[in-house]
Design a protein around this ligand. Sequence first.
Ligand SMILES: Cc1ncc(COP(=O)(O)O)c(C=O)c1O
Length: 373
Amino acid sequence: MNFIPVNEPLLNGNEKKYLNECIDTGWISSEGPFIQRFEEEFSQRVNRKHGISVSNGTAALEIAVRAFEFKKGSEIILPTFTIISCAAAIVRNGCVPVLVDSDPMTWNMDLSQIEAKITPKTKAIMIVHIYGLPVDINPILELAQKYNLKIIEDAAQMHGQDYYNDPCGSFGDISIFSFYPNKHVTTGEGGMIVTNDEKLAERCRSLRNLCFKKERRFIHDELGFNYRMTNLQAALGMAQLERLDEFVEKKRWMGKKYTELLSDVKGIQLPLPKTKYADNIYWVYGIVLNEEVPFDAEFMMKKLAQNNIGTRPFFWPMHEQPVFKNMGLFKEERYPVAEKIARRGFYIPSGLALDTNQIEFVAETIKAILKEI
Ligand SMILES: Cc1ncc(COP(=O)(O)O)c(C=O)c1O
Protein backbone atom coordinates (compact mmCIF):
# COMPACT_ATOMS: atom_id res chain seq x y z
CA MET A 1 0.00 0.00 0.00
CA ASN A 2 1.29 3.46 -0.93
CA PHE A 3 1.64 6.02 1.83
CA ILE A 4 -1.79 7.13 3.12
CA PRO A 5 -1.56 10.78 4.15
CA VAL A 6 -3.47 11.97 7.18
CA ASN A 7 -5.22 14.43 4.90
CA GLU A 8 -5.56 15.11 1.22
CA PRO A 9 -7.94 17.78 -0.09
CA LEU A 10 -10.26 17.24 -3.06
CA LEU A 11 -9.67 19.97 -5.65
CA ASN A 12 -11.37 18.48 -8.67
CA GLY A 13 -14.42 20.74 -8.98
CA ASN A 14 -14.36 24.30 -10.30
CA GLU A 15 -11.09 25.18 -8.57
CA LYS A 16 -8.97 25.44 -11.73
CA LYS A 17 -11.69 27.29 -13.63
CA TYR A 18 -12.10 29.94 -10.95
CA LEU A 19 -8.35 30.31 -10.43
CA ASN A 20 -7.94 30.81 -14.17
CA GLU A 21 -10.57 33.52 -14.00
CA CYS A 22 -8.42 35.36 -11.44
CA ILE A 23 -5.37 35.10 -13.66
CA ASP A 24 -7.21 36.01 -16.84
CA THR A 25 -8.75 39.09 -15.25
CA GLY A 26 -5.68 40.07 -13.23
CA TRP A 27 -7.65 40.08 -9.94
CA ILE A 28 -5.25 38.40 -7.58
CA SER A 29 -5.19 40.70 -4.53
CA SER A 30 -7.83 41.04 -1.82
CA GLU A 31 -9.87 43.40 -3.98
CA GLY A 32 -11.10 40.87 -6.53
CA PRO A 33 -14.75 39.85 -7.00
CA PHE A 34 -14.44 36.32 -5.55
CA ILE A 35 -13.81 37.86 -2.11
CA GLN A 36 -17.23 39.45 -1.89
CA ARG A 37 -18.93 36.37 -3.36
CA PHE A 38 -17.20 34.05 -0.94
CA GLU A 39 -17.93 36.27 2.06
CA GLU A 40 -21.61 36.55 1.11
CA GLU A 41 -22.21 32.92 0.24
CA PHE A 42 -20.24 31.52 3.15
CA SER A 43 -21.95 33.75 5.71
CA GLN A 44 -25.36 32.93 4.24
CA ARG A 45 -24.58 29.25 4.54
CA VAL A 46 -24.07 29.69 8.29
CA ASN A 47 -27.05 32.05 8.71
CA ARG A 48 -24.99 35.14 9.41
CA LYS A 49 -25.41 38.61 8.03
CA HIS A 50 -21.73 39.45 7.70
CA GLY A 51 -18.66 37.52 6.59
CA ILE A 52 -15.15 38.94 6.81
CA SER A 53 -12.53 36.83 5.06
CA VAL A 54 -9.04 36.76 6.57
CA SER A 55 -5.69 35.10 5.99
CA ASN A 56 -6.24 32.15 8.39
CA GLY A 57 -8.25 30.96 11.38
CA THR A 58 -5.64 32.14 13.86
CA ALA A 59 -5.92 35.68 12.47
CA ALA A 60 -9.71 35.41 12.66
CA LEU A 61 -9.50 34.60 16.38
CA GLU A 62 -7.08 37.42 17.05
CA ILE A 63 -9.33 39.95 15.34
CA ALA A 64 -12.44 38.48 17.01
CA VAL A 65 -11.02 39.02 20.49
CA ARG A 66 -9.67 42.48 19.57
CA ALA A 67 -13.00 43.56 18.13
CA PHE A 68 -14.72 43.49 21.53
CA GLU A 69 -12.28 45.99 23.09
CA PHE A 70 -12.17 44.12 26.39
CA LYS A 71 -10.28 45.91 29.17
CA LYS A 72 -6.74 44.66 29.86
CA GLY A 73 -6.91 41.77 32.36
CA SER A 74 -10.40 40.68 31.32
CA GLU A 75 -10.88 36.93 31.60
CA ILE A 76 -12.05 34.66 28.79
CA ILE A 77 -13.01 31.04 29.52
CA LEU A 78 -11.97 28.36 27.03
CA PRO A 79 -11.12 24.65 26.94
CA THR A 80 -7.53 23.69 27.77
CA PHE A 81 -7.78 21.06 25.02
CA THR A 82 -7.57 23.14 21.86
CA ILE A 83 -5.10 24.66 19.43
CA ILE A 84 -2.84 27.42 20.69
CA SER A 85 -4.46 29.95 18.33
CA CYS A 86 -7.35 30.27 20.82
CA ALA A 87 -5.31 31.08 23.91
CA ALA A 88 -2.80 33.13 21.89
CA ALA A 89 -5.59 35.41 20.62
CA ILE A 90 -6.62 36.04 24.23
CA VAL A 91 -3.10 36.65 25.56
CA ARG A 92 -2.06 38.84 22.61
CA ASN A 93 -5.03 41.09 23.32
CA GLY A 94 -4.03 41.60 26.96
CA CYS A 95 -6.74 39.29 28.32
CA VAL A 96 -6.37 36.28 30.59
CA PRO A 97 -7.25 32.75 29.40
CA VAL A 98 -9.16 30.77 32.02
CA LEU A 99 -9.29 27.05 31.34
CA VAL A 100 -11.74 24.21 31.76
CA ASP A 101 -11.16 20.48 31.26
CA SER A 102 -12.70 18.30 28.55
CA ASP A 103 -15.58 15.88 28.52
CA PRO A 104 -14.07 12.38 28.23
CA MET A 105 -16.62 11.24 25.64
CA THR A 106 -17.01 14.19 23.27
CA TRP A 107 -13.54 15.73 23.91
CA ASN A 108 -15.28 19.12 23.99
CA MET A 109 -15.17 21.49 26.94
CA ASP A 110 -16.75 20.11 30.14
CA LEU A 111 -19.83 22.28 30.62
CA SER A 112 -20.09 21.46 34.31
CA GLN A 113 -16.83 23.31 35.01
CA ILE A 114 -17.65 26.63 33.38
CA GLU A 115 -19.82 28.43 35.92
CA ALA A 116 -17.32 27.98 38.76
CA LYS A 117 -14.70 29.76 36.64
CA ILE A 118 -16.81 32.89 36.13
CA THR A 119 -15.57 35.92 38.12
CA PRO A 120 -16.38 39.64 37.96
CA LYS A 121 -13.54 39.92 35.43
CA THR A 122 -14.99 37.33 33.04
CA LYS A 123 -16.07 38.92 29.79
CA ALA A 124 -16.47 36.04 27.34
CA ILE A 125 -16.60 32.31 26.78
CA MET A 126 -14.72 30.91 23.81
CA ILE A 127 -16.54 27.82 22.58
CA VAL A 128 -14.33 25.50 20.51
CA HIS A 129 -15.94 22.63 18.62
CA ILE A 130 -13.51 19.72 18.62
CA TYR A 131 -12.91 17.10 15.91
CA GLY A 132 -16.48 16.64 14.61
CA LEU A 133 -19.02 16.97 17.39
CA PRO A 134 -20.23 20.42 18.39
CA VAL A 135 -20.14 21.66 21.95
CA ASP A 136 -23.54 21.45 23.67
CA ILE A 137 -24.13 25.15 23.16
CA ASN A 138 -27.50 25.94 24.77
CA PRO A 139 -26.34 25.64 28.40
CA ILE A 140 -23.42 27.95 27.56
CA LEU A 141 -25.73 30.50 25.95
CA GLU A 142 -27.79 30.46 29.17
CA LEU A 143 -24.68 31.14 31.25
CA ALA A 144 -23.67 33.93 28.90
CA GLN A 145 -27.06 35.54 29.34
CA LYS A 146 -27.05 35.10 33.11
CA TYR A 147 -23.60 36.68 33.53
CA ASN A 148 -23.71 39.06 30.56
CA LEU A 149 -20.82 37.43 28.70
CA LYS A 150 -19.91 37.50 25.03
CA ILE A 151 -19.61 34.27 23.05
CA ILE A 152 -16.71 33.74 20.69
CA GLU A 153 -17.39 30.58 18.73
CA ASP A 154 -14.43 28.78 17.17
CA ALA A 155 -16.04 26.71 14.42
CA ALA A 156 -12.71 26.30 12.59
CA GLN A 157 -13.36 22.58 12.09
CA MET A 158 -17.14 22.60 11.72
CA HIS A 159 -18.12 23.66 8.20
CA GLY A 160 -21.38 21.96 7.37
CA GLN A 161 -22.10 20.75 10.92
CA ASP A 162 -25.30 21.66 12.76
CA TYR A 163 -26.16 22.02 16.44
CA TYR A 164 -29.76 20.77 16.52
CA ASN A 165 -31.05 22.51 13.37
CA ASP A 166 -28.78 25.54 13.23
CA PRO A 167 -25.35 25.67 11.65
CA CYS A 168 -22.24 25.75 13.78
CA GLY A 169 -20.83 29.21 13.38
CA SER A 170 -24.24 30.81 13.94
CA PHE A 171 -24.04 30.95 17.73
CA GLY A 172 -21.26 33.35 18.66
CA ASP A 173 -21.47 37.12 18.96
CA ILE A 174 -18.55 36.49 16.65
CA SER A 175 -17.80 33.05 15.17
CA ILE A 176 -14.79 32.01 13.13
CA PHE A 177 -13.75 29.37 10.61
CA SER A 178 -10.45 28.15 9.18
CA PHE A 179 -9.87 27.08 5.58
CA TYR A 180 -6.61 25.19 6.06
CA PRO A 181 -6.40 22.21 3.62
CA ASN A 182 -7.65 19.70 6.18
CA LYS A 183 -10.95 21.61 6.52
CA HIS A 184 -14.17 20.73 4.67
CA VAL A 185 -13.75 23.94 2.71
CA THR A 186 -10.17 24.93 1.96
CA THR A 187 -8.54 27.99 0.45
CA GLY A 188 -4.99 26.75 1.05
CA GLU A 189 -4.65 29.15 3.96
CA GLY A 190 -7.59 31.25 4.99
CA GLY A 191 -10.24 32.06 7.54
CA MET A 192 -13.61 33.76 7.98
CA ILE A 193 -15.16 35.82 10.74
CA VAL A 194 -18.96 35.79 10.78
CA THR A 195 -21.37 37.87 12.84
CA ASN A 196 -24.84 39.39 12.78
CA ASP A 197 -23.62 42.56 14.48
CA GLU A 198 -23.06 45.35 11.99
CA LYS A 199 -20.73 47.33 14.27
CA LEU A 200 -18.56 44.32 15.11
CA ALA A 201 -18.41 43.42 11.42
CA GLU A 202 -17.25 46.92 10.54
CA ARG A 203 -14.59 46.77 13.26
CA CYS A 204 -13.35 43.37 12.08
CA ARG A 205 -13.15 44.65 8.50
CA SER A 206 -11.13 47.62 9.62
CA LEU A 207 -8.81 45.55 11.87
CA ARG A 208 -8.18 43.13 9.00
CA ASN A 209 -7.11 45.98 6.74
CA LEU A 210 -4.66 48.01 8.85
CA CYS A 211 -7.44 50.24 10.26
CA PHE A 212 -7.19 52.70 7.38
CA LYS A 213 -9.28 55.73 8.21
CA LYS A 214 -12.40 55.77 6.05
CA GLU A 215 -12.11 59.40 5.05
CA ARG A 216 -8.42 59.28 4.19
CA ARG A 217 -6.34 56.23 3.35
CA PHE A 218 -2.96 55.98 5.12
CA ILE A 219 -4.20 57.70 8.28
CA HIS A 220 -4.83 55.42 11.26
CA ASP A 221 -6.47 55.89 14.66
CA GLU A 222 -5.64 52.35 15.74
CA LEU A 223 -3.06 49.68 14.90
CA GLY A 224 -4.65 47.02 12.75
CA PHE A 225 -3.33 44.01 10.87
CA ASN A 226 -2.88 43.04 7.28
CA TYR A 227 -4.81 39.80 7.55
CA ARG A 228 -6.52 40.05 4.16
CA MET A 229 -7.46 37.03 2.04
CA THR A 230 -6.59 37.12 -1.67
CA ASN A 231 -8.99 36.74 -4.58
CA LEU A 232 -7.08 33.57 -5.52
CA GLN A 233 -7.89 32.03 -2.16
CA ALA A 234 -11.53 33.11 -2.33
CA ALA A 235 -11.78 31.57 -5.83
CA LEU A 236 -10.68 28.24 -4.36
CA GLY A 237 -13.09 28.75 -1.49
CA MET A 238 -16.05 29.29 -3.83
CA ALA A 239 -15.30 26.08 -5.73
CA GLN A 240 -15.04 24.21 -2.43
CA LEU A 241 -18.15 25.72 -0.92
CA GLU A 242 -20.21 24.50 -3.88
CA ARG A 243 -19.40 20.96 -2.79
CA LEU A 244 -19.78 21.28 0.96
CA ASP A 245 -22.83 18.99 1.22
CA GLU A 246 -21.07 16.31 -0.78
CA PHE A 247 -17.94 16.68 1.38
CA VAL A 248 -19.94 16.37 4.59
CA GLU A 249 -21.60 13.22 3.27
CA LYS A 250 -18.21 11.77 2.37
CA LYS A 251 -16.83 12.52 5.84
CA ARG A 252 -19.80 10.85 7.50
CA TRP A 253 -19.38 7.82 5.25
CA MET A 254 -15.70 7.65 6.21
CA GLY A 255 -16.47 7.91 9.92
CA LYS A 256 -19.14 5.22 9.76
CA LYS A 257 -16.85 2.89 7.85
CA TYR A 258 -14.00 3.26 10.35
CA THR A 259 -16.42 2.74 13.24
CA GLU A 260 -17.84 -0.42 11.65
CA LEU A 261 -14.36 -1.84 11.20
CA LEU A 262 -12.96 -0.80 14.57
CA SER A 263 -15.86 -1.13 16.99
CA ASP A 264 -14.89 -4.64 18.16
CA VAL A 265 -11.26 -3.77 18.76
CA LYS A 266 -10.33 -3.90 22.45
CA GLY A 267 -8.34 -1.11 24.06
CA ILE A 268 -9.50 1.88 22.04
CA GLN A 269 -12.08 4.61 22.41
CA LEU A 270 -13.65 5.74 19.13
CA PRO A 271 -15.44 9.03 18.39
CA LEU A 272 -19.07 9.15 19.53
CA PRO A 273 -21.21 8.66 16.40
CA LYS A 274 -23.86 11.06 17.71
CA THR A 275 -25.22 13.04 20.61
CA LYS A 276 -28.73 14.35 21.17
CA TYR A 277 -27.82 17.54 19.31
CA ALA A 278 -25.65 16.38 16.38
CA ASP A 279 -24.39 13.51 14.25
CA ASN A 280 -20.61 13.38 14.15
CA ILE A 281 -19.15 15.02 11.06
CA TYR A 282 -15.72 13.34 11.65
CA TRP A 283 -13.60 16.35 10.79
CA VAL A 284 -10.87 13.99 11.88
CA TYR A 285 -11.27 10.41 13.06
CA GLY A 286 -9.75 10.42 16.55
CA ILE A 287 -8.81 7.38 18.59
CA VAL A 288 -7.87 7.30 22.28
CA LEU A 289 -5.93 4.34 23.67
CA ASN A 290 -7.44 3.00 26.89
CA GLU A 291 -5.35 2.85 30.06
CA GLU A 292 -4.87 -0.92 29.73
CA VAL A 293 -2.92 -0.46 26.49
CA PRO A 294 0.73 -0.53 27.62
CA PHE A 295 1.92 2.22 25.27
CA ASP A 296 0.89 5.75 24.37
CA ALA A 297 -0.25 7.46 21.18
CA GLU A 298 3.30 8.31 20.13
CA PHE A 299 4.27 4.65 20.00
CA MET A 300 1.11 3.75 18.10
CA MET A 301 1.71 6.52 15.59
CA LYS A 302 5.26 5.29 14.98
CA LYS A 303 3.95 1.79 14.35
CA LEU A 304 1.39 3.13 11.88
CA ALA A 305 4.06 5.20 10.14
CA GLN A 306 6.10 2.01 9.68
CA ASN A 307 3.07 0.73 7.78
CA ASN A 308 2.86 3.82 5.57
CA ILE A 309 -0.02 5.37 7.44
CA GLY A 310 0.00 9.07 8.28
CA THR A 311 -1.38 10.21 11.65
CA ARG A 312 -1.35 13.29 13.89
CA PRO A 313 -1.32 13.53 17.65
CA PHE A 314 -4.22 15.16 19.51
CA PHE A 315 -3.88 18.74 20.73
CA TRP A 316 -1.57 19.40 23.68
CA PRO A 317 -3.40 21.19 26.53
CA MET A 318 -2.86 24.90 27.06
CA HIS A 319 -1.97 24.48 30.75
CA GLU A 320 0.98 22.28 29.75
CA GLN A 321 2.38 24.64 27.12
CA PRO A 322 5.91 25.80 27.93
CA VAL A 323 5.21 29.22 26.39
CA PHE A 324 2.38 29.89 28.85
CA LYS A 325 4.24 28.36 31.82
CA ASN A 326 7.07 30.79 31.05
CA MET A 327 4.56 33.64 31.26
CA GLY A 328 3.50 32.43 34.70
CA LEU A 329 0.10 31.25 33.49
CA PHE A 330 -1.78 28.14 34.69
CA LYS A 331 0.61 27.42 37.59
CA GLU A 332 -0.20 24.13 39.33
CA GLU A 333 -3.38 23.75 37.26
CA ARG A 334 -4.30 20.19 36.29
CA TYR A 335 -6.94 18.98 33.87
CA PRO A 336 -6.81 15.18 33.93
CA VAL A 337 -9.10 14.42 30.98
CA ALA A 338 -7.23 16.74 28.62
CA GLU A 339 -3.89 15.39 29.90
CA LYS A 340 -5.00 11.85 29.20
CA ILE A 341 -6.41 12.38 25.73
CA ALA A 342 -3.40 14.47 24.74
CA ARG A 343 -1.10 11.56 25.58
CA ARG A 344 -3.27 8.68 24.42
CA GLY A 345 -5.11 10.27 21.51
CA PHE A 346 -4.22 10.54 17.83
CA TYR A 347 -6.09 10.69 14.57
CA ILE A 348 -5.87 8.49 11.53
CA PRO A 349 -6.19 9.37 7.83
CA SER A 350 -9.39 11.39 7.54
CA GLY A 351 -9.10 13.35 4.29
CA LEU A 352 -11.78 13.70 1.65
CA ALA A 353 -9.78 11.72 -0.90
CA LEU A 354 -9.73 8.47 1.17
CA ASP A 355 -11.12 5.35 -0.48
CA THR A 356 -12.52 2.10 0.90
CA ASN A 357 -9.29 0.14 0.41
CA GLN A 358 -7.29 2.69 2.34
CA ILE A 359 -9.82 2.76 5.19
CA GLU A 360 -9.79 -1.04 5.38
CA PHE A 361 -6.00 -1.14 5.37
CA VAL A 362 -5.76 1.43 8.18
CA ALA A 363 -8.32 -0.47 10.28
CA GLU A 364 -6.61 -3.85 9.69
CA THR A 365 -3.24 -2.37 10.64
CA ILE A 366 -4.59 -0.90 13.88
CA LYS A 367 -6.14 -4.26 14.73
CA ALA A 368 -2.90 -6.11 14.04
CA ILE A 369 -0.83 -3.75 16.20
CA LEU A 370 -3.25 -4.01 19.12
CA LYS A 371 -3.44 -7.81 18.81
CA GLU A 372 0.28 -7.99 19.53
CA ILE A 373 -0.19 -6.69 23.07
C1 LIG B 1 -10.20 24.72 16.57
C2 LIG B 1 -9.24 25.49 15.72
N1 LIG B 1 -9.16 26.82 15.88
C3 LIG B 1 -8.32 27.57 15.14
C4 LIG B 1 -7.49 26.99 14.19
C5 LIG B 1 -6.53 27.84 13.44
O1 LIG B 1 -6.78 27.90 12.09
P1 LIG B 1 -5.60 28.20 11.05
O2 LIG B 1 -4.76 26.98 10.95
O3 LIG B 1 -6.32 28.52 9.78
O4 LIG B 1 -4.85 29.38 11.56
C6 LIG B 1 -7.56 25.61 13.99
C7 LIG B 1 -6.71 24.95 12.98
O5 LIG B 1 -6.83 23.80 12.70
C8 LIG B 1 -8.43 24.83 14.78
O6 LIG B 1 -8.51 23.51 14.66
